[in-house]
Design a protein around this ligand. Structure first.
Ligand code: NAP
Ligand code: F7E
Length: 320
């Protein structure tokens, strides 16, 4: 019989790549979507007839319990969250309800409906925030710098706590930034690659950005969802850092993206204080050795290849 997995957040960047991976592995895939007045299934349109979509919300525990009881998945991936760091200052309570308390609701639903379900929690490098060590690994203490980061620390620890309290197979992936042509337009990589494509095609003349000095460990989302799946195939649950081990500044990102179409970034990037954050995470770089050693995970796509592929994808979309 095919294994059955439930993805919370299937309409997001990672949800769409994970759904593809699980379908390729022969899984039956259930995806939870929240009710909205318009359909927002753009990222999964190409696989929509191969997955079962069910209605529910991280803010509503009863909906989660009912989905688990009806569909009986053996694996649950919690990728749902208010995931945009900048928005978490404008909506700190909603971010807490979704990104923090939402995790407790899922864990509690699992405990109630079927404690044998294996659970993946999407933890984040934003938990390291003002970093206490370089590079960051599973033992680096957390120091979050945004309501989003604080909410993710809660989500992380409640996952550890349910694992230790109720013996759940609950694992956390501490994933560093991962991007793709499916990344939301508000995140800096996609904002830049989309802006570059518009400038190249004569549809815009500038990109307005905040802090160019921020450094991130950027990888490809398609590589990272493989690590999520591998975590739930282990005999024992655990926590893993997933990263490339390299860091690049937003300035370097601009250079690579503009170079890909033969333009000079300095002629088109404008600093706009509106995109500065009340508290910044200056430098993130992860040490993925544990994931490489225990899970056998490795990343295939490097930084320039990732950014160039995003620029090309944005050019294609705009030319259509
Ligand atoms: P994303 O594109 O923003 O997707 C978020 C998903 O969560 C969407 O499907 C969204 O549904 C859903 N969602 C939001 N609020 C919900 C609610 N109340 N109930 C049910 N679903 C809800 O995020 P992503 O980049 O794929 O990231 C996936 C997860 O990994 C998130 O938890 C994120 O915080 C975490 N993470 C991401 C990164 C990264 O670099 N991408 C790194 C570390 C951790 P709608 O489509 O309806 O909005
Ligand atoms: O910002 C700087 C900004 O919004 C990256 C989420 O997936 O990864 C993501 O969070 C950096 C920051 O991602 C602009 O100040 C400069 O230093 O692309 P971002 P993020 O905040 O790192 C983590 C791991 C997650 O878990 C999150 O869910 O770029 N930056 N100028 C800018 N950022 C944006 N968005 N827009 C700018 O104009």
């Amino acid at each position: 019989m095919a294994k059955k997995a439930l993805i919370l957040g299937i309409t997001g960047q990672d949800g769409s790549y994970l759904a593809e991976l699980l379908l390729d592995q022969g899984y039956e895939v259930i995806g939870m979507v929240r009710r909205s007045s318009t359909v927002t299934f753009e990222r999964i349109a190409h696989i929509q007839d191969r997955v079962t979509l069910v209605s529910g919300d991280l803010l509503d525990e009863v909906s989660l319990i009912n989905i688990l009881r009806e569909h009986k998945p053996s694996e649950v991936y919690n990728l749902a969250a208010q995931s945009f760091v900048q928005a978490s200052w404008a909506q700190p309570v909603l971010t807490g309800e979704t990104t923090a308390m939402g995790v407790t609701r899922v864990l509690d639903a699992i405990r109630t409906a079927d404690p044998d379900i294996r659970f993946y929690q999407a933890s984040s490098s934003e938990m390291f925030g003002k970093v206490q060590a370089v590079p960051q690994d599973e033992d680096t203490p957390f120091y979050p710098r945004s309501p989003y980061g604080v909410a993710k620390v809660y989500g992380h620890w409640i996952t550890v706590n349910y694992r230790e309290s109720y013996d759940l197979h609950a694992s956390s992936g501490i994933l560093f930034n991962h991007e793709s042509p499916r990344r939301g337009l508000e995140f800096v990589t996609r904002k830049v690659t989309n802006g570059v494509a518009k400038i190249k095609l004569g549809l815009a003349s500038e990109i307005r950005l905040g802090n160019l000095d921020a450094q991130r460990d950027w990888g490809f989302a398609g590589d990272y969802v493989r690590a999520m799946w591998l975590m739930l195939q282990q005999d024992l649950p655990d926590d893993f850092v997933v990263a490339t081990g390299e860091t690049h500044s937003v300035r370097e990102l601009c250079e690579v993206a503009f170079n890909a179409v033969g333009l000079n970034w300095e002629e088109h990037v404008v600093i706009d204080p509106a995109f500065m954050r009340p508290a910044e995470v200056d430098l993130l770089v992860g040490d993925p050795s544990k994931a490489e050693r225990v899970l056998g995970w490795h990343r295939d796509v490097d930084f320039p290849t990732l950014i160039e592929s995003m620029v090309l994808a944005d050019l294609k979309i705009l030319q259509k």
